[in-house]
Design a protein around this ligand. Structure first.
Ligand SMILES: Cc1cc2nc3c(=O)[nH]c(=O)nc-3n(C[C@H](O)[C@H](O)[C@H](O)COP(=O)(O)OP(=O)(O)OC[C@H]3O[C@@H](n4cnc5c(N)ncnc54)[C@H](O)[C@@H]3O)c2cc1C
Length: 360
């Protein structure tokens, strides 16, 4: 308890971030699951930030969570991204309709002794154009039979619990806390990605898996992610932009370090920092319930900043930055993730217009 980060201002958070940043290059080169980083986050109490005091968390405000995520993502995007998926699962377990799941799973999730993740994108975004849902559910006397696959599950091969969505014949959907070792559950090998391969994102397959009703978190309901039963964590939203702004911070901090000997870098570096600070201010205001801009506008600006800042850092590092293992090259690859992660259509459109030189 004594080494827990209780507030985002705590110097302990700087300690944790220094350790995460120190491990980031190796993790990226070897694509290894960041076991040590996730264990450290558990020891520093990170998993308690997101949950209310009633269930054993620290009940951080939305603004404090933004502050915490900014620091973590500036240190190691892989670890922080995994934490967002883990947190999505924990929030849905905490707010779901199953007391059994809450009591059985949350204590070990809060300390980091166990790992949970989400497989829900096929309910809202992924594979939606296909005629048949990729993961179906049939109601039985005491639960549900799941059959099919969830295409994207971060840490799917490490999860004790997967909060997974499935669709019934009448189009209603359910969310269940699926035990990762249930009979018939299997994880594909992790996808080789442009970056973040260490997140071990893979498809999880369910071959007629029986899930007892005690693990039902929400539904059956139409659009379970937006209906009341599916609440507990908004998809995308602030956290996606926050991680982009955190990664941009790492790139700009690198440039600031170079400006001491290279005066020509001063003006572009200052301009990027101004942009990053304005976004950070807007993020914090939005998290506090004010409305400096819409979520969508913020995401468009955050995507633009993270691509520009990481490429400016690579430009600054010159050829050395293009050598495998240099952080600027990794940051450029990681920034591309924001073009595809929980990216609503207007944000996709804005990115395409910017890339095509069509924006003002
Ligand atoms: C690294 C990574 C980690 C992720 N982790 C998670 C996670 O832990 N949990 C989770 O729930 N989600 C996760 N996601 C999923 C993410 O949130 C999005 O849902 C996903 O990126 C959407 O991409 P898709 O390729 O599945 O989209 P799709 O819409 O399925 O597109 C796939 C392909 O289908 C074709 N296509 C698309 N639309 C049409 C159409 N209308 N007609 C014909 N063809 C079409 C296109 O060729 C397209 O390339 C992750 C994604 C990534 C990249």
């Amino acid at each position: 308890m004594s080494n827990e980060v209780q507030t985002p201002e705590s110097p302990l958070l700087a300690d944790l971030c220094a350790q995460l940043a120190g491990l980031a290059a190796e993790t990226d080169i070897h694509n290894t699951w960041p076991e040590a980083q996730l264990r450290l986050c558990g020891e520093y109490g990170v998993y308690r930030w997101f949950l209310s005091r009633e269930v054993g968390g620290l009940g951080w405000s939305a603004a404090d969570i933004v502050r915490g995520y900014l620091r973590l993502s500036s240190a190691c995007l892989s670890t922080t991204f995994i934490i967002t998926q883990r947190t999505g699962a924990c929030n849905r377990i905490a707010c779901g309709q199953s007391n059994h799941a809450r009591d059985a799973l949350l204590p070990e999730l809060l300390t980091g002794e166990s790992f949970a993740t989400v497989g829900i994108s096929h309910l809202t975004t992924s594979r939606r154009h296909l005629a048949k849902p990729v993961l179906t559910a049939v109601e039985t006397a005491d639960g549900f039979l799941l059959d099919g696959y969830s295409p994207w599950v971060t840490g799917g091969d490490h999860a004790e619990t997967i909060v997974i969505g499935a669709t019934l014949k009448d189009d209603r959907q359910i969310l269940v806390a699926l035990p990762g070792d249930a009979t018939g559950v299997s994880a594909d090998p992790p996808q080789q990605l442009v970056a973040l391969t260490s997140s071990h994102t893979c498809a999880v397959r369910c071959n007629n898996v029986h899930v007892d009703r005690q693990w039902l978190l929400a539904g059956p309901a139409h659009d379970v992610m937006t209906s009341s039963g599916g609440t507990g964590a908004a998809t995308g939203g602030l956290q996606t932009s926050t991680l982009a702004v955190g990664l941009a911070d790492a790139a700009i901090t690198f440039m600031e370090g170079e400006t001491a000997q290279r005066g020509d870098l001063q003006e572009p570096t200052n301009e990027l920092r101004r942009d990053q600070q304005q976004l950070q201010t807007d993020l914090l205001e939005l998290a506090a319930g004010e409305h400096p801009c819409s979520l969508e506008t913020l995401r468009i600006r955050a995507n633009s900043l993270v691509l520009r800042a990481t490429q400016a850092a690579l430009t600054t590092a010159k050829g050395a930055g293009y050598v495998s293992g240099h952080p600027t090259g990794r940051w450029c690859r990681e920034a591309l993730f924001f073009l595809v992660w929980s990216c609503p259509q207007p944000v996709v459109q804005a990115s395409l217009c910017e890339l095509a030189g069509l924006s003002d």
